[in-house]
Design a binder for this molecule. Structure first.
Ligand code: ADP
Ligand code: MG
Length: 465
């Protein structure tokens, strides 16, 4: 059977495609590695992109690789198949093309069909109903929902922050979708800081050749919004023109009571390279941090995702994923999609053994990271804004002693190194200095909750990838 032939030769096919297109390792890992043969239906070979992605990326992969896949597959099978690259969601569609499929887009809300919606750049997939709430994101979700129900009235600006893959973008789209569902005349505009920057650059470039109409149009577009969402504003760091443009828009909208929602991978006071005035402006609204989900929340998210995809995983598989993928929900989704794609393809149930096998490449990179004193020192220095030289110097000023003691304390708590080794690394005579520093911090932690917060944040940074 040709399907089996393609499955058997799939790695070989990808290798040929990689070679012929001179695809780099990064491009291979991003685009080709997640591709799996899914099915042959009529004259079409369906290739599934087994990780979480979006249709724009799939379009790009198709553009780059479709023709070459077509040719290589023709050489192998002798048939000239059409090639279609699809997302896992669409795969379920193909599987059940004769049944009604309520799973694919249960969004029959007509608010998404109007022009206003199309201009908003919102993704209808990301709603509050698909967002699982747990202790790690309860506050953020609650605040987001409040903003959605009363845009511009409270919590303005709303600043959502947290590590990668924890749901910032999802929440922003959820707010936008909810606002437009309530009132589809609202002008909601979602943009990533990167896209915004590209638009600014484009405007500046064009303004050299002709009249500055582009800039006028650009400004109008953003300044007419009722709700403006800018995702991943850490991208603005060191991009002055874009930063200025953004803040002019920000001020204009904020003073007219329009809602602004911003996301970043850091808390406002941790962002470097932004004018302090702006940080203060952010802090005038509400900051909602999304933290890493605990085990129970991870299980709830996994159950929710597999239910939405009409799949079934035994409990030990769910436990395996929840135990091994902790800090990024995007990776959890990638694991789920991979297992579902496999089970559809092989027409088999998922068991813990094949789950372990299939998820090796996703889970192994998250193997407990080795925590070394060097890493701790680097993170502590970055956190407190001191240099490594200052930290290991004999300087006794208060703003150096604190980071130094914290570094010594964390080295004793988070690594297996002996106190003598730590002393040597920090250029101290012997272990007694280290013990004193450690005890000093332990004692302070009993009453100083700010220090506790600092140490928690530093630990989070140490353990994040
Ligand atoms: P971020 O913008 O913080 O990097 P995303 O919002 O893109 O993260 O989330 C990554 C993926 O994880 C998305 O597919 C999103 O739907 C999913 N996700 C994140 N948090 C949740 C949650 N609480 N419930 C359900 N899915 C979630
Ligand atoms: Mg995001």
């Amino acid at each position: 059977m040709e399907l089996q032939l393609l499955i058997d030769k799939w790695d070989e096919i990808k290798e040929i495609v990689t070679k012929e297109t001179e695809t780099s390792v990064i491009a291979f890992n991003t685009w080709l590695k997640p591709l799996e043969i899914y099915d042959i239906v009529d004259d079409t070979v369906y290739i599934i992109y087994s990780e979480d992605s979006e249709s724009r990326m799939i379009a790009l992969i198709e553009k780059k690789y479709k023709l070459i896949f077509k040719n290589v597959i023709k050489d192998i099978t002798g048939n000239r198949y059409d090639i279609k690259i699809i997302l896992p969601d669409e795969a379920l569609n193909i599987n059940s093309s004769h049944k009604t499929n309520k799973n694919i887009n249960n969004n029959d809300n007509n608010y998404i069909n109007n022009n206003n919606y199309i201009d908003s750049n919102l993704n209808p997939k990301y709603t509050f109903s698909t967002f699982v709430v747990g202790g790690n994101n309860k506050f953020a979700q609650g605040t987001a929902y409040t903003v959605a129900e009363a845009p511009g009235e409270v919590c303005n600006p709303l600043f959502i922050c947290g590590g990668p893959g924890l749901g910032k973008t999802h929440l922003m789209h959820a707010i936008g979708n909810q606002i437009m569902e309530n009132d589809n005349n609202m002008k909601v505009l979602y943009v990533t800081a990167e896209e915004f920057t590209n638009e600014v650059i484009e405007c500046i470039k064009n303004s050299r050749n002709k009249q500055n109409n582009d800039m006028t149009y650009f400004r109008e577009k953003y300044r007419n919004a009722d709700v403006l969402m800018i995702d991943d504003i850490q991208f603005f760091v060191n991009k002055e023109s874009s930063q200025d443009e953004f803040f002019n828009t920000f001020n204009k909208l904020h003073t007219s009571g329009k809602q602004i929602i911003i996301s970043s991978d850091k808390m406002p006071n941790e962002i470097e390279g932004f004018d302090d005035r702006y940080i203060t402006r952010f802090e005038q609204g509400i900051t909602a941090e999304i933290k890493i989900p605990d085990y129970e929340t991870r299980v709830a998210i996994i159950r929710n995702k597999i239910e939405n995809k009409n799949a079934y995983f035994p409990d030990d598989v769910i436990d395996y994923i929840a135990t091994n993928i902790k800090s990024n929900i995007r990776s959890i989704e990638g694991a789920i999609n991979k297992l579902i794609a496999y089970s559809n393809l092989e027409n088999t149930d998922i068991t813990i053994d094949n789950a372990k096998d299939l998820l090796d490449s996703i889970i192994s990179p998250e193997k407990p990271k080795e925590i070394t004193p060097q890493l701790i020192i680097e993170v502590v220095c970055e956190h407190y804004g001191v240099t490594i030289d200052q930290l290991i110097s004999k300087n006794r000023s208060q703003n150096i002693i604190r980071p130094r003691h914290v570094a010594m304390y964390l080295c004793t708590q988070e690594t297996d190194c002996s106190q003598d080794t730590i002393a040597k690394l920090l250029d101290r005579k012997d272990h007694s200095t280290i013990i004193n520093a450690r005890d000093n911090i332990i004692e302070r932690l009993k009453t100083d909750s700010e220090l506790q917060n600092q140490i928690d944040t530093i630990k989070k940074k140490i353990y994040s990838n």
